[in-house]
Design a protein around this ligand. Sequence first.
Ligand code: SF4
Ligand code: ZN
Length: 320
Amino acid sequence: MDCTKCDREAVMHAAYSGAHLCERHLFESVERRVRRRIREDDMLPDDATPEDPETWVIGLSGGKDSVVLTDIIEETFAEDPRVELVALTIHEGIEGYRDESLAACEQLTADRDVRHEVVTYADEFDVEMDDVVEDDPMDMAACAYCGVFRRDLLAKYAEAYDADKLLTGHNLDDEAETALMNILEGNVEQVAKHFDASLGPFDERTPKDEMIPRAKPLRDVPEKEVALYAQLRDLPVHMEECPHSSEAFRGEIQDLLLKLEENHPGTRHSIMAGYEELAGLAADQYSDEDADVGECEECGAPTTRDRCRKCALVEAVNAV
Ligand code: SF4
Ligand code: ZN
């Protein structure tokens, strides 16, 4: 089959748009969608200048999504000194898994000459995910601990590096799954947080003006296209799954979405279009005035209680 845009051979078919794309036009199409997000989400303000650049921190795990995102953003701003990048890798203490993905992160950032920082649960919390899984003091899934710890460190270090934006590599499939999960769980408060705090602390609300804005510039690109992009560009990517991955419900939603997309191409896009509209309406109902946000008495992170969720979990884990 030929490419819809030229006469080279197609490497993929996007059923949702009807397009068959060759390698070159796949690259163009993925990059165009990322750059459009940067533009449409107003990620680069008018007052950013080479003398006073923006700092963007990218959460870089070494998986295909964050590697592709870092690569495209670096390429986009390579000649544009208005943006300075910092790639931030969180090491959870998962043997055999994170060490290999760290190697992918190091290769990418060395090749592209991007500043790379690594922070570990061990240094920050005296915690390793391998031990958390073993002890499990709160009787929860591994990802329930890990997600709280990761979000805390992304926010903490984005602030430490004086970031103007915190970028993550969520793709279209991730976003559509999360949207469906929130709806199926009836979690309207989480829907309301979609635009301003989808990476904020799990169970609390952070006032908008104290938060470093989050951005997900890959969110229009389906997972399969991200994977193909990484493979054809020969990017250093760590493909294995985390051995503690335990989001059973997400797995079910993933299967459901794949099936829906196959039978009704475009479902993911329409889910997100509807979800964003709903999120806008829901956000009006959950304005920041309702939330009584103070500071955690231990770490100073914003929280609606005396002590934040992360500090409670760290104490529980370390008490075992
Ligand atoms: Fe942590 Fe779960 Fe991700 Fe593994 S899959 S790194 S446990 S959040
Ligand atoms: Zn705290």
